[in-house]
Design a protein around this ligand. Structure first.
Ligand SMILES: O=C(O)c1cc(=O)[nH]c(=O)n1[C@@H]1O[C@H](COP(=O)(O)O)[C@@H](O)[C@H]1O
Length: 229
């Protein structure tokens, strides 16, 4: 199955579905995030499922364990392929979420955001995290692995380190992907799709380079071509 996940950001339901119509569910999965889900709710997920897409619901839950377990279960009830939480919520929160999905027999994958790809080491120090960014990401990834999650969201720069600290099967979902033809935007720790897979990513989250392109399907095909070169 394809490693590509296209982030449907900054859109309403009609725009997201129009964009999805230009994409091929055999070539990518789609990610529904806070902006569109807050506007449109589960209807957008149902519509994307009806078009044959597997959906990553990216709401990055971060709350007390009980609340997050309930929210993750509610997401799984929507039939989504993947859902995420913030690893910074701590081991009890992560374990509550993972064990709730396991107890319910859900196949929805649960992953945790380590350190956002927009953050630099300097910014991390502003929120009181001392030491290297890599060490912090690895610590959060190991914690997520031990709590029974399926993987993490991280920068491709950290993917190989995380694989070593966890397992090959532990998913490394990496945003901050910028094909050779695209602008960096607000992302800080970026890589091209090909570099990211070579560096140990299992899945690539790509938003603006595809969604803001004049011809999104053409941009997606360009990325697939870059991957195959
Ligand atoms: O969880 C995410 O998907 C995520 C985590 C992270 O650390 N950085 C990050 O950029 N993302 C998401 O990945 C997508 C990246 O979009 P582009 O920067 O437009 O490619 C956005 O939907 C972000 O919300």
């Amino acid at each position: 199955m394809t490693p590509l996940i296209i982030a449907l950001d900054k859109m309403d339901c009609a725009q997201a579905l129009a964009l999805a119509d230009t994409l091929d569910p055999a070539q990518c999965r789609v990610k529904v995030g806070k902006e569109i889900f807050t506007r449109e709710g589960p209807a957008v997920i149902n519509a994307l499922h009806a078009k044959g897409f597997e959906v990553f619901l990216d709401l990055k839950f971060h709350d007390i364990p009980h609340t997050v377990a309930q929210a993750v279960e509610a997401s799984a009830d929507l039939g989504v392929w993947m859902v995420n939480v913030h690893a910074q919520g701590g081991p009890a929160m992560l374990e509550a979420a993972a064990s709730r999905l396991a107890a319910g027999g859900y196949s929805t994958k649960l992953i945790a955001v380590t350190v956002l790809t927009s953050m630099s080491e300097q910014e991390l120090s502003h929120i009181g995290v001392s030491g290297s960014l890599e060490a912090h990401v690895t610590r959060l990834a190991a914690m997520s692995f031990n709590a029974g999650l399926d993987g993490v969201v991280c920068s491709a720069h950290e993917a190989s380190m995380i694989r070593k600290a966890t397992s090959d099967a532990f998913l490394r979902v990496t945003p901050g992907i910028r094909p050779a033809f695209a602008a960096k935007d607000d992302q800080s720790r970026i890589m091209t799709p090909k570099q990211a897979l070579e560096a140990g990513s299992t899945h690539l989250v790509i938003g603006r380079p595809v969604t803001q392109a004049a011809a999104p399907q053409h941009a997606l095909e360009h990325i697939i071509q870059e991957l195959n070169e």
